[in-house]
Design a protein around this ligand. Sequence first.
Ligand SMILES: *[C@@H]1O[C@H](CO)[C@@H](O)[C@H](O)[C@H]1NC(C)=O
Ligand SMILES: *[C@@H]1O[C@H](CO)[C@@H](O)[C@H](O)[C@H]1NC(C)=O
Length: 256
Amino acid sequence: MISKVLFIAVGAFVLDLAFAASISKRAPASQLKVCKRSVPNYKECFMQSVQAAIPVLMRGVPKVGIHPVDPLFLTRLDIGQGSGPVSIDLNLKNASIIGLKHAVIKSVKYDIDNYQFSAGFDINDNVEIVGQYSIKGKIMVLPIVGNGNCNITLVRPKLELKELRGKPFVKNGKTYMKLEKVLISIAKVEKMHILLENLFNGNKELSDQMNVFLNENWADIIKELMPAIESALEAVVKEIGNRLFTKVPYEEFFPA
Ligand SMILES: *[C@@H]1O[C@H](CO)[C@@H](O)[C@H](O)[C@H]1NC(C)=O
Ligand SMILES: *[C@@H]1O[C@H](CO)[C@@H](O)[C@H](O)[C@H]1NC(C)=O
């Protein structure tokens, strides 16, 4: 542990986003660590930089227009009509995703010269999606309808950032990156807890029974929810990535 801390001190230095954006008042909250590509343990240093960036990005860097990521507020999250045994139209409004700050980077691959990256993250905690839902459809022949407050909790999800690919562009003689593609998959979830309050117009007995049923069948239901959650996360990563990489020259993230 001590050697790692020392390593950061010699291998990494600080990239001040607020400074890079020409804003005079610097706050440590806007600082990211970056590593010289020439350090012997570059991969390890790179992973430590990403890990150190997580709390900074989770809190947000308002000065460069990066909104907080934890909690992540979404005005809507639409989970489209499925066609299998779970065919539901589920819309969330005023939703928050809580818990992404617990992400721990586990693996990374990069091809810096070609603007391509991938990484794996474990979230060793719950990720809660809370908000107001409305639902209509069928779950294994049972009709479901209702609206109210919801809490969908993913227990210890693993996230794969399968692809993060950018394209260089030049501005004032310096090269920057614009993100072209972000592909995220929720690789594994230990369990999902679902609470949809007020199903069936507030019929408590039916609502409670359906919630028990949903929790018993979480593994099938999660398959329907994942694509929408994944694309919400992809949009967020793309947005943050572009805020960072179109403001700060690429070589400042990956100095020689
Ligand atoms: C949005 O959610 C918050 C917290 O869950 C709640 O206090 C607020 O009333 C909601 N707003 C709307 C417009 O539903
Ligand atoms: C959501 O549900 C989980 C357990 O299923 C609970 O731990 C958590 O406190 C709930 N979150 C909110 C905001 O109610």
